[in-house]
Design a protein around this ligand. Structure first.
Ligand SMILES: Nc1ncnc2c1ncn2[C@@H]1O[C@H](COP(=O)(O)OP(=O)(O)OP(=O)(O)O)[C@@H](O)[C@H]1O
Length: 330
């Protein structure tokens, strides 16, 4: 299913978009990395751009930050073309890029001070360090920070000038789960303060937790877009369990209206029945009866049995699989 759903962003009703992308195309030589994508982000909204490696997310962010001129279509930040970072936008937007450019020999405090010197109305150093939980690292050289602490410093530097638009390119990479949750709190606070955020991440849970709306990109195109519930619609319900040791996959029963696939989850052979079509929750529920009867007949227990609706990960993997199938039939 490759329905590029376009929904009206709830936060955008009545508000001019902070970020606007229209049929954006971006090429490197003969290679078209971004192939006509469109989306808006309103003030006080977090839009997550998800996608496979090389899908074109960073290229899109770099274009919005004014580092690249579009090969086709247009991008606007507060109605202004960001190419070359015109003065009227420089104060209003900032970002955390995948590779930060901070100097490793400076201390954390010196690094913050250096950025404060360049900003018109910066937050206090103490406020910045408090915000990203690095107050106790003020005197430590940046090169001595852990990967996750370094990402938090990047975030602190990005929010120091109180931007109205923030680009976050994989901001929690390298963070442990605790640091990631702390960072989510900071990001949520910024959104609540009215900042428009464009986030890319490979952590789907991060998008589920933070995004007001999201898009999944694959090979330069937006494949699905919308609020989470809309994105999940149409991807079916799932019945999953660990493949019993004595059972071969060919022996698994057919269940009405469901397709079966055997893969691997956390190192275990894992069975997934997908129930598609209309009224999937009820039909998936009804499929449980025949499945449990089959298990009884085979005197086997279905370990870690689950019945659930589609997750963002299912949608993501479905899109990637479709891409692979398209290539195979091309
Ligand atoms: N400077 C460049 N010159 C040539 N090709 C490039 C350049 N930068 C990116 N590409 C290519 O463009 C495509 C999109 O890259 P991009 O970095 O935008 O993807 P991404 O979605 O951010 O990927 P990832 O999730 O791996 O960071 C990739 O195929 C990449 O190899």
């Amino acid at each position: 299913m490759t329905t590029a759903q376009q929904t009206t962003p709830p936060a955008a009703v009545g508000a001019d978009p902070a970020i606007s992308v229209r049929d954006l195309r971006q090429s490197y030589g003969d290679f078209e990395a971004v192939r006509g994508i469109s989306f808006d982000v309103a003030p006080g909204e977090l839009f997550a751009l998800l996608g496979t490696n090389g899908a074109g997310k960073t290229t899109t962010i770099e274009t919005l930050e004014g580092f690249r001129r579009p090969t086709g279509g247009s991008v606007r930040v507060f109605g202004t073309d960001p190419y070359g970072q015109p003065a009227e936008l420089r104060e209003r937007m900032d970002g955390v890029l995948q590779h930060s450019g901070v100097f490793g020999e400076l201390t954390v405090a010196e690094t913050v001070d250096l950025s404060r010197d360049l900003a018109a109305d910066p937050r206090d150093r103490a406020e910045v360090l408090e915000l990203v939980d690095l107050a106790d690292k003020a005197k430590v050289a940046v090169r001595q920070l852990s990967g996750g602490q370094r990402r938090r410093l990047d975030l602190g530097l990005a929010v120091l000038s109180r931007p109205e638009v923030l680009f976050l390119d994989e901001p929690t990479t390298g963070m442990d789960p605790e640091a990631r949750r702390e960072t989510w709190k900071i990001i949520k606070g910024l959104v609540a303060d009215g900042v428009a955020i464009l986030l890319t991440t490979h952590y789907l849970e991060e998008a589920e937790r933070l995004a007001d709306r999201l898009a999944i990109m694959h090979r330069g195109e937006v494949k699905v877009e919308g609020v989470l519930d809309d994105v999940l619609v149409g991807w079916g319900d799932r019945i999953g369990f660990r493949l019993p040791g004595r059972i071969r996959s060919e022996e698994l029963p057919e269940l009405p209206g469901a397709t079966v696939a055997v893969g691997v989850r956390e190192g275990d052979p894992w069975v997934v029945y997908t129930v598609n079509g209309a009224d999937t929750a009820r039909r998936a529920h009804h499929a449980m009866g025949p499945l449990l009867s089959w298990a009884d007949q085979h005197e086997t227990t279905l370990e870690r049995l689950e019945l659930r609706s589609a997750s963002l990960e299912d949608v993501f993997l479905g899109i990637v699989d479709e891409g692979a199938a398209d290539l195979a039939t091309a």
